[in-house]
Design a protein around this ligand. Structure first.
Ligand code: TXA
Ligand code: MG
Length: 338
């Protein structure tokens, strides 16, 4: 990882190196406020193909393109007045908009996986800086191998993808910690939520009627999903995960939330606090790190304390349900993952 070898004030040098790699069709792990992404020039066929190879991602699962504002978004997609309003309100930030692809825009075909739509986001942080430096969009899924937990630190990326990427930029832990909310603004003014995140239904409601399939009811193994963000099995730890656990079992890792009584000293329970004070945003930031810590600590299963299903708690519970499902299926099958 380059960042380990450079002095702390080396950001311009790192960004210049990242820019050079991306301009030549390479792939770079780049932090955003949500999770770390695995970025490539979205107009470069071979570069985009390299993302799918590095992740082991099924080719029918499309990528989000990252832009530096509404002007670039509207060059590669077609933004309706509603899409513009949402972009103005929440960008840069953790909201991806699924909009029609603009014909002739030059996006690599693999980005959209044959769909007539493209997901667009203006993120915060180094990803947006790089987009501006290159003056072209960066396609970037989360920088994890398909089916694994999304990375919220450079160390997570290095552990999961390591040599598969040309460079990993480090900007510290992601400030949100969960992947972006994905919405599809409809022509009739409805806002369809395809994936929950830090931008909640309540925050979207002033812009139009909000609807969505909030529960992960979508069945996997669909070769041409209409809303791939709903695919059920994601973010799988290697051991079984149980939700709403008040009393962890012996040998279980416990992901706790809020004040709780400490397991007695004679039990072998590894505990990771998502937020001792019961702060849901802190819990979102720490969720994937907590899953990683427990998953690599030799526990037989992971028990998660009840998380309130409000605000960003809804997105936390969404990811936990997917993790609970993903931990029970083998990654060898054709189940699509992110
Ligand atoms: O916060 C995020 O969104 C992060 C950072 C790196 O930006 N990215 C991310 O990408 O989570 P990924 O690929 O792990 O998840 C993107 C989701 C996938 O479920 C994909 O199927 C869906 O977005 N998606 C992409 N394009 C779509 C489209 N045109 N229509 C519906 N869903 C789409
Ligand atoms: Mg992902």
């Amino acid at each position: 990882m380059l960042t380990d070898a450079l002095p702390p004030n080396s950001r311009p040098a790192e960004l210049a190196r990242a820019r050079g790699i991306l301009a030549q069709g390479g792939i770079v792990a780049v932090p955003t406020e949500t999770v770390y992404g695995l970025a490539a020039d979205a107009t470069h066929d071979r570069a985009v193909a390299a993302i799918f190879t590095a992740k082991g991602r099924p080719s029918f699962n499309p990528l989000i393109i990252h832009v530096d504002g509404v002007a670039m978004a509207d060059t590669y997609g077609v933004l309706s007045p509603l899409a513009f309003a949402l972009a103005e309100a929440f960008w840069p930030g953790p909201l991806s908009l699924v909009v029609p692809v603009r014909k002739g825009s030059g996006l690599a075909a693999a980005v959209t996986a044959g769909l007539p739509t493209v997901a667009v986001r203006h993120p915060k942080g180094l990803m947006a800086d790089l987009v501006a430096m290159l003056n072209r969009p960066l396609a970037a899924p989360s920088a994890n191998r398909s089916g694994r937990i999304s990375p919220t630190t450079a160390a997570h990326v290095a552990r999961d993808l390591g040599d598969a990427v040309d460079l990993i930029l480090d900007d510290g832990p992601a400030s949100v910690g969960l992947e972006s909310t994905i919405v599809a603004p409809q022509d009739d003014g409805r806002i369809q939520i395809l994936r929950e995140g830090a931008i909640t239904a309540a925050m979207l409601a002033p812009f139009g009627p909000v609807e969505g399939r909030f529960a992960p009811t979508h069945v996997e193994n669909n070769a041409s999903p209409t809303s791939p963000g709903q695919l059920l099995a994601h973010y799988a730890p290697s051991v079984p995960l149980r939700m709403a656990v008040q009393e962890p079992m012996d040998g279980e890792g416990w992901l706790t939330f809020g004040p709780h009584k400490t397991p007695s000293a004679d039990t072998k329970i590894v505990t990771y606090h998502l937020s001792p004070t019961g702060d849901l945003e802190e819990a979102a930031r720490r969720l994937y790190a907590g899953l990683q810590v427990l998953d690599t600590s030799g526990v037989q299963s992971i028990g998660v304390a009840p998380i309130p299903d409000a605000g960003i708690g809804r997105a936390i519970n969404d990811r936990l349900r997917r993790a609970a499902h993903g931990s029970t299926v083998s990654t060898g099958q054709t189940t699509p993952y992110d």
